[in-house]
Design a protein around this ligand. Structure first.
Ligand SMILES: Cc1ncc(COP(=O)(O)O)c(C=O)c1O
Length: 375
């Protein structure tokens, strides 16, 4: 049976990985500065992560959300502690970023009983119904999803946000603290704080989509913590399981839960929790957030010696190198000739760097040397 053909593929077949490196079926070694699209947080096949999952697999991998599963509470406690959100939020577990956003939008709408969502140009929030309808890409919105009431506004335009909220029918404002797929643009601190104020005054929920920017990638546990703002709802996923599918939604305590409000078969399974717990343990034990800050500073310093780089965008290890030409060919050369994985964005001049959070200065040197050769 043929696979439904929706992904254009590079001609590389990874079969093995360790830390920040991946090997293909010809035993060629690649430097991974893409992290499988920002997913690999603690590094590939981390020994403690493997051991924790393997142990869980031999005990019990899955049951359902109708029984006691103390691993969910352990994950929640560790996440609350490391993120600093433990006192003010509660956790709902699911399996993907889109599902996290889908649930975030539902929670907002259940809470204030309104339905229109404000989202932003170049935003990406996933491909389920509500999530895709707040994504600024007409090509991926099917007619069945196009009826959700959504208004897409320019990022950082507080007058436009205020004017829409004053109409009285807005349930939530959803924004990425750092735009991923769109190309590393960021809301300013001033904008986020103004949005927080106007949403609070009008009983509108602020959803800060940390699916990609969360879990230490920005140099803080959550990227919005760079701006001293607090969300009502924080969806997250990618780095949470280091490749195991797990997502979550942090929901502020003033939003009350009720039985049946949300639900999922797979979310919060024993195996997913084991992966999630191992990730949090390693981020803490190996001081990976400190490493993100250190490597960010080193990366920015090294990039100065490159010609043709217009600017470095993003925060922490969620970075974009903007050139004054389209980078498609450069990405191909990096993969096929230099054996380095990088990412692309909707902004075709942007090379995205999303490495595992334990990447080293030596790894960055390998990348800089390769770029110098190619530019
Ligand atoms: C900010 C953001 N939100 C949501 C998603 C969707 O996540 P998933 O692909 O796990 O559904 C992504 C995926 O790239 C993302 O970057």
């Amino acid at each position: 049976m043929k696979l439904f053909d929706v992904y254009p593929l590079y001609n590389v077949t990874p079969v093995k990985a360790e830390g920040c490196y991946v090997w293909d079926d010809k035993n060629e070694k690649y430097l991974d500065l893409y992290g499988g699209h920002g997913v690999i947080s603690i590094g590939h096949t981390n020994p403690y992560y493997k051991e924790t999952i393997e142990k869980q697999l031999s005990n019990i991998a899955f049951y359902s959300n109708a029984i006691q599963n103390p691993l969910q509470q352990e994950l929640s406690d560790k996440l609350g502690e490391l993120s600093g959100c433990g006192e003010e939020y509660e956790l709902f577990l699911c399996s993907t970023g889109a599902e996290a956003n889908e649930n975030a939008i539902k929670v907002a709408s259940f809470y204030n009983k309104k339905s229109r969502v404000i989202a932003f140009q170049n935003g990406f929030h996933g491909r389920t119904s509500a999530a895709v309808s707040v994504t600024d890409n007409k090509k991926i919105i099917a007619p069945v999803n196009a009826h959700n009431p959504v208004t897409i506004l320019p990022l950082n335009d507080i007058e436009a946000v205020t004017a829409e909220i004053e109409k009285g029918d807005v349930t939530a404002v959803i924004v990425e603290p750092i735009q991923g797929v769109g190309g590393l643009d960021e809301p300013t601190t001033e904008f986020l704080q103004a949005v927080r104020k106007i949403t609070q005054e009008n009983n509108v929920c602020l959803i800060l989509d940390e699916v990609q920017s969360g879990y230490g990638r920005s140099g803080k546990f959550f990227a919005h913590q760079l701006h001293d703002v607090k969300a009502d709802i924080i969806p997250m996923a990618k780095g949470m399981g280091n490749g195991f599918p797990i997502g979550g939604v942090l929901i502020a305590k003033h939003i009350e839960s009720w039985y049946g409000m949300l639900g999922t078969t797979f979310g919060g399974s024993h195996l997913a929790c084991a992966a999630g717990i191992a990730v949090l343990d390693v981020i803490k034990k190996d001081k990976l957030i400190e490493n993100v800050q250190e490597i960010n500073a080193y990366f920015k310093e090294q990039v100065k010696s490159l010609k043709g780089v217009k600017q470095v965008k993003g925060q922490g290890l969620m970075l974009g190198l903007e050139f004054d030409f389209e980078v498609g060919e450069l990405r191909k050369k990096l993969i096929y000739d230099e054996k380095i994985f990088t990412g692309g964005a909707m902004n075709k001049n942007l090379l995205r760097i999303l490495p595992p959070l334990n990447v080293t200065k030596q790894d960055i040197d390998v990348f800089i040397t390769a770029l110098k050769k190619l530019l």
